[in-house]
Design a protein around this ligand. Structure first.
Ligand code: AR6
Length: 180
């Protein structure tokens, strides 16, 4: 596990399954319907149970880059923060801004719910095709920027699904540190 401290908060990288995290909130890499799917989204609904989908249906969807909050159902996490990352279409379609927004709006939603610890998956780098070398840098820069300016969230954990994803985030974290 790799970690850095920003003000009073810890940012850490780990390999694992987002559905098993015991942080106050976990983030779902959802789609604009909020009606479920594969990858992280499928796993969260499978483990969390049908109450999450019921709440999502009432919410009625989420635009790309925004975030919506439901309870955690059977998950250890109290909340699921559903956000929608961009589909990668070559990098000229505002993807970077939309990915930044997805992370920032998830953190804002967490702050609004007094969340002190939160786990993120690597948003957009699965079915949505965002190259992980680029997405990891955007993800970490956005989180670091938020933690520098907001207190309250004491732990942000990136839960990477395999060693390649972990290595990409570790490299991006080292770049972020050397640029500070
Ligand atoms: N825990 C942690 N990471 C995981 C897990 C898990 N249980 N399962 C997959 N990953 P994706 P996206 C990794 O496709 O690219 C869904 O159908 C995976 O290896 O879940 O934002 C939604 O409904 C990858 O690195 O999310 C949307 O339609 C990362 O999580 C669409 O996929 C994200 O992969 C969203 O696509």
């Amino acid at each position: 596990m790799s970690k850095i401290v920003i003000n009073d908060s810890t940012l850490e990288l780990t390999i694992g399954d987002i559905t098993l995290q015991d942080t106050d909130a976990i983030v779902n890499a959802a789609n604009t319907t909020l009606l479920g799917g594969g990858g992280v989204d499928g796993a969260i609904h499978r483990v969390g149970g049908p109450k999450i989908l019921e709440e999502c249906k009432k919410i009625g969807g989420c635009p790309t880059g925004e975030a919506r909050v439901t309870a955690g159902g059977h998950l250890k996490a109290r909340y699921v923060i559903h956000t929608v990352g961009p589909v990668y279409r070559g990098g000229e379609k505002n993807e970077q801004v939309l990915l930044e927004n997805a992370y920032r709006n998830s953190l804002k939603a967490a702050s609004d719910h007094a969340v002190r610890s939160i786990s993120f998956p690597s948003i957009s780098t699965g079915a949505y095709g965002y190259p992980i070398d680029k997405a990891s840098k955007i993800a970490l820069k956005t989180v670091i920027g938020y933690l520098k300016n907001h207190s309250g969230i004491r732990l942000v954990r990136f839960v990477l699904f395999n060693n390649d994803a972990y290595k990409a985030y570790e490299k991006a974290m080292n770049e972020c540190i050397s640029e500070q």
